[in-house]
Design a protein. Structure first.
Length: 258
């Protein structure tokens, strides 16, 4: 199977996969930062490649949020569930972002379009210690978290740190501190620098960066020149089995050694 995948990548995709030490890359032409249709192409490609990635069987798919993921969801179709069964579960609760790009919305949308089930996680992501401690033992939340921990497929994007700080309306103090620590990217509630060192961790509910290592089918969907550093840095956490769907905007910069 691995040989087949190697043959299925062009030279640049193979070079990027080797450079990032992951199994597979697909590079869509263009830069989604300059042309919105490229983001749609990334989403369409992700949906298509998911078909190639997943064998027949039953899947619990952990689904992250963001505009890339929301765009990808629109390309999901019942074809995916022809020889597979799906339960979609969001990787986290509410983050105070626009409703349509919350992980809850994206996973629900995917479930609808594929014809699978969805399990929501209705809990704010940024809770006080006290609220966190009591909600953690809520039966419905416990149940969703336990299903999430059993995920055998993961779909996520990687954010540009500055964009994510603004979108989440972080305080000026926190933004300055993250800038002082040279945060370049965000994923799974963790802000990290160019070396992939975590400089701030936002949330405790949901899938943690340490959980992704053991998920057998994992796809990162992220493109755009402004995400090049973030993608490169995050791949330190991505297990080898990762598939990356990106664009030339990000890939060219990563290969130049941004
Ligand atoms: O955590 C990362 C973000 O979800 C990425 O968001 O796709 O809108 O850039 P985005």
């Amino acid at each position: 199977r691995f040989m087949r995948l190697l043959l299925n990548m062009n030279a640049k995709e193979k070079a990027l996969a080797d450079y990032l030490n992951i199994q597979f890359c697909r590079i869509v032409p263009g830069d989604c930062d300059e042309d919105a249709s490229v983001l749609d192409e990334i989403g369409k490609t992700a949906a298509k490649e998911l078909h190639a990635l997943l064998p027949a069987g039953e899947f619990i798919v952990a689904v992250a949020g963001g505009s890339t993921m929301a765009q990808a969801a629109e390309h999901f179709s019942p074809e995916l569930s022809q020889n597979r069964e799906f339960m979609f579960v969001p990787t986290r609760g509410g983050l105070g972002e626009s409703m349509s790009i919350q992980a809850n919305s994206v996973s629900d949308r995917m479930a609808q379009l594929v014809g699978g089930e969805n399990m929501a996680l209705f809990v704010p992501d940024n809770l006080s210690e006290k609220a966190y401690a009591s909600m953690k033992s809520e039966p419905s939340i416990k149940h969703t978290l336990s299903v999430m921990k059993k995920a055998n497929c993961l779909l996520y994007s990687i954010g540009n740190a500055k964009v994510m700080m603004e979108r989440r309306r972080m305080s000026h103090g926190l933004i300055s501190s993250l800038e002082a620590h040279n945060a370049v990217g965000e994923a799974f509630g963790c802000y990290f620098n160019e070396n992939g060192e975590i400089v701030y961790r936002l949330s405790r509910f949901g899938l943690q960066i340490e959980d992704i290592e053991k998920i057998p089918y994992a796809m990162a969907i992220a493109g755009g020149s402004t995400k090049a550093k973030a993608i490169k840095a995050f791949m330190k956490y991505a297990p080898h089995q990762t598939w990356l769907i990106t664009d030339e905007g990000a890939a060219n910069l990563i290969l130049k050694g941004v």
